[in-house]
Design a protein around this ligand. Structure first.
Ligand code: PLP
Length: 392
């Protein structure tokens, strides 16, 4: 008898993956240029030149050393270089010993949750949220507690949040810039969140950790993003180069445990232990060296800004209502009928592939991923207009 939970997880693809696969099948029938696939967050903008240069340079090294195992937590020199880069960019004092390299944000989150949570603990998340959070949280033995969305701006409603933080709360998980809303939390929000968590940690007599999932940290359109450890020392940062450097298939990122975090030495050991427990040791070595060379660089973000503006204005003109995203590369408008699933099914008639908000804990909305070619958006806008016309 096989564990049913695993069979179920593996046999039921996520809504996003389901649509992505459907898009490939449709493309084989009607041609890829006629399918407007806005389903997945796979960056279309190429990795910056520094990535290619770095790969070529490292390929000239001794292959046995280049492709060999590094330390379980990542090469020391790489971690030192990343710490120095973060210190320069965000005025911090990190060391190699604060970093654990991973195979992307999914692994960073799984490791952080396993390192922090015990059975029965609660992890607070804000809807709308990345659907895999529920898988990662339950795998760590914890319970996901969902703060309902504030749909007018998708910012944090502190009164509602306060009602969801209990003595069982072990961590609050945030994602800014946000997938799927594109919302960015301000410094004022960071201050308020820190104040609430400090007050509750003191009241309950145990630290409530903030887990900051930041794969979109650099993808902002003018908004200033707080560096969370400066506001709240009990923060564990989960980062990935999947989006900033357009390297999702290379699987590289890190967990950062600041010295100021409660029980920081043990917490870092727990991160190493969770990495070992989950089999996430020794991230891909070539890409460890590449990120040490390229940390802080980004793909051409002006393309995402152009896509955002084109799609946002195109959809608003067609009759959609939408919070204008300040970061990441997703739009999260209201569906034009109450049932977002039905709406997305109807969109398929025009070969528009968009994801129902239900998958993100936010029914009535749809996610449109605009990390696609600008040309795809230009060609898709008439289809969005036709879809909207059906509801007039
Ligand atoms: N967290 C968020 C909010 C994401 O959007 C994603 C991927 O889309 C991940 C985590 C996982 O990132 P990675 O591909 O680096 O594992």
């Amino acid at each position: 008898m096989l564990p049913q939970e695993m069979v179920d997880l593996g046999s039921r693809r996520s809504t996003i993956r389901e649509l992505f696969e459907y898009g490939k099948q449709r493309a084989a029938v009607v041609g890829p240029e006629n399918v407007y696939d806005f389903s997945i967050g796979n960056p279309n903008v190429p990795a910056p030149e520094c990535v290619t240069e770095s790969i070529y340079r490292h390929l000239g090294r001794d292959p046995a050393a280049l492709h060999g195992y590094t330390s379980a937590q990542g090469d020391y020199g790489v971690r030192k270089a990343l710490a120095e880069s973060l210190n320069r960019r965000f005025h911090q004092e990190f060391r190699a010993e604060n970093l654990y390299l991973t195979v992307g944000a999914a692994a960073s989150l799984s490791i952080a949750l396993h390192a922090i949570c015990e059975a029965g603990d609660e992890v607070v998340v804000f809807a709308p949220y990345f659907p895999e959070y529920s898988v990662f949280v339950s795998a760590a033995g914890a319970k996901l507690v969902e703060v309902p969305p504030r749909c007018e701006d998708f910012q944090i409603d502190f009164d509602v949040l306060a009602a969801h933080v209990t003595p069982k709360t072990r961590a609050v998980l945030i994602n800014s810039p946000n997938n799927p809303s594109g919302v960015v939390y301000s410094k004022e929000t960071a201050e308020k969140l820190a104040a609430l968590l400090k007050e509750r940690s003191a009241h309950y007599g145990h630290p409530i950790y903030l887990i900051s999932d930041e794969p979109y940290r650099e993808i902002v359109y003018g908004a200033e993003t707080p560096f969370w450890t400066s506001y709240y020392s009990d923060t564990v940062v989960c980062y990935s180069y999947s989006k900033s450097l357009s390297l999702p298939g290379e699987r590289i990122g890190y967990v950062l445990v600041p010295d100021g975090a409660a029980d920081s030495k043990d917490l870092y050991h727990a991160v190493c232990g969770a990495g070992r427990y989950l089999g996430y040791v020794c991230a891909p070595s070539l890409f460890q060296y590449v990120i040490a060379d390229c940390d802080g660089a980004t793909s051409d973000l002006s393309i995402y800004r152009r896509n955002r503006d084109l799609l946002y204005h195109g959809l608003v003109d067609a009759g959609f209502s939408c919070v204008k995203p300040e970061g990441a590369f997703y739009l999260f408008p209201r569906a034009l009928e109450a049932d977002a699933n039905g709406f997305c099914e109807r969109a398929k008639k025009y070969d528009l592939l968009i994801v129902p908000g239900d998958a993100f804990g936010c029914p009535g909305h749809v996610r449109i991923s605009y990390c696609v070619s600008t040309e795809q958006i230009e060609r898709a806008l008439p289809a969005f207009r036709k879809l909207a016309a059906e509801y007039r």
